[in-house]
Design a protein. Structure first.
Length: 221
């Protein structure tokens, strides 16, 4: 992992363009994450992080998905090159108009446990939350294994890259950095409350899943 002092967030990430924005800097290796998904663009190396919502649906960041590309995922393994690979369905991407969220329908179902999504009252300022991502190890090389870190929530009414509602968290033992947008924020009881949008070397902004539960349900059914 790079030191926090060397983390750079690109202009593309800050304005929500189609480029990976975040990764885990410092923190610890994740032992198990069957809900995890690694986003691939045109079959390339891992591009962003995501989570499994159900057999046919993936949740990630809007700014990770853009342009005329073939999207795919490796699902269910902390090693980014392992896990079940599945393509996105044709025209399977749906993005939120005003928040950094994207839902991707898969071309075929996957056998992986889904995350549980939080509500607006699932997280409060002062809470300790856990974030996950495949982090930059220095020199532009991302970690081959999923990492996690703790943040302290300071604000649940922050703003994401598309002016959507977000949760701001400050570094405890690690922080988001360059390379892994779309990753989850979990509460202490394992509920996903955020999707990584933007950040710097001391704090991260995660789109507040609880504010968009109705939209998620309307897309996924």
């Amino acid at each position: 992992m790079r030191s926090a002092a060397t983390v750079l967030i690109t202009a593309a990430a800050l304005i929500g363009l189609s480029a990976p924005a975040q990764a885990i800097v410092d923190g610890e290796f994740t032992e198990s994450a069957p809900w995890s998904a690694r986003l691939y663009q045109d079959g390339s190396d891992g591009y962003c992080t995501a989570t499994v919502l159900g057999p046919e649906w993936i949740l990630t960041a809007r700014h990770c998905i853009g342009g005329n590309h073939q999207w795919g995922f490796r699902v269910g393994n902390v090693e980014h090159a392992k896990g079940t690979y599945v393509d996105a369905a044709p025209n399977g991407v749906t993005v939120h108009d005003n928040a950094d969220l994207a839902l991707v329908k898969l071309a075929e179902p996957v056998q992986a446990p889904a995350v549980s999504l939080g509500n607006l009252d699932s997280v409060d300022a002062g809470d300790t939350v856990t974030i996950h991502g495949w982090g930059d190890t220095g020199g532009g090389q991302q970690s081959p294994r999923l990492k996690n870190a703790k943040l302290e929530v300071t604000n649940t009414g922050a703003i994401d890259a598309y002016d959507g509602r977000a949760i701001n968290g400050n570094r405890i033992n690690g922080v988001c950095g360059s390379g892994d947008s779309g990753g989850p924020m979990f509460t202490a009881d394992g509920v996903q409350v955020g999707v990584l949008s933007t950040g710097n070397n001391t704090s991260c902004q995660y789109t507040h899943v609880g504010a968009y539960r109705d939209w998620i349900s309307s897309v996924t059914g």
